[in-house]
Design a protein around this ligand. Structure first.
Ligand SMILES: O=C1O[C@H](COP(=O)(O)O)[C@@H](O)[C@H](O)[C@H]1O
Length: 259
């Protein structure tokens, strides 16, 4: 798998970070749609992830995106019923998707227990949906997503890939995760091979409590101990941080700082 070296961009605080990531997403989607007529994005839950979606909703530039021609996927989901405030889907709908003209057929949710599926069946159903969406030029079982947004926990988890859990060894595209150290315990997650199939992977993190995880994610650590170290895209990897989260990055790693 071709993966790229991360490029680091640091913003003043979490608020500016969310605004800047929102602007980047809008620009990227507009550019991809101008070139191909369609685009795809993978959403994340978490604080910066949802704040970013709210910033897109509040931006006048959001109307530059052709929302009807956008496929929306999730990197992970908490396995709780539809509408539960814990679901990443619920946060994304409230922050953005309820405010723009998306095509419901192109909003690809990971199903919860109210669907009657077990977590394993829900993961398999998502894998099948990804396989159906993959085109010959994707050369694999999942689409080469245009942008994958990933939040990161203080333990360096991304999506629902937590350090040391079996999901990190899994070569399927989507898995059920049990025993998550962060509640709720049961989740559905894309795996590392699926994350690394994305054209662009953008890791977003804010706050001092993420600083050690950011440092490790940018080191040569293995992804089983430091899942975020495996968050790399085929064409580009961005670590989009606030100053606090960037506080422990070694000085030899280049970074771009905004005022
Ligand atoms: O549980 C999750 O946590 C991470 C990070 O959340 P944060 O609140 O620390 O930013 C998130 O990226 C992931 O999608 C989510 O399910």
């Amino acid at each position: 798998m071709n993966v790229t070296t991360p490029h680091i961009v640091v913003h003043r605080d979490a608020g500016v970070l969310a605004q800047a990531v929102a602007a980047r997403i809008i620009t990227r989607l507009v550019d991809v749609q101008a070139a191909t007529g369609t685009a795809s994005i993978v959403l994340t839950g978490g604080t910066v992830g949802i704040a970013t979606l709210a910033a897109i909703a509040a931006s006048p530039a959001r109307d530059a995106v052709d929302w009807r021609h956008l496929d929306i996927w999730w990197g992970d989901e908490r396995f709780v019923p539809t509408g539960d405030p814990e679901r990443n889907e619920t946060g994304a709908r409230e922050a953005l998707l309820d405010h723009v003209d998306v095509d419901p057929e192109r909003v690809h949710v990971m199903r919860g227990p109210d669907s009657g599926l077990s977590a394993e069946e829900s993961a398999d159903a998502y894998a099948a949906e990804l396989l159906k969406a993959a085109r010959p030029e994707d050369h694999g079982p999942v689409p080469q997503f245009d942008v994958m947004l990933l939040g990161m926990g203080p333990d360096a988890h991304v999506a629902s890939l937590f350090p040391g859990l079996p999901a990190l060894y899994d070569t399927r595209s989507v898995v059920a995760v049990h025993g998550s150290p962060k509640p709720p315990p049961t989740r559905i997650s894309l795996t590392l091979p699926t994350i690394q199939a994305a054209r662009e992977v953008w890791v977003v993190a804010a706050g001092e409590e993420k600083a050690s995880a950011v440092r490790l994610a940018l080191s040569d650590s293995g992804p089983v101990q430091v899942p975020a170290a495996g968050a790399r895209g085929r064409s580009r990897t961005l670590f989009l941080l606030d100053r606090a989260a960037a506080g422990k990055i070694p000085s030899e790693l280049g970074r771009i700082a905004s005022p």
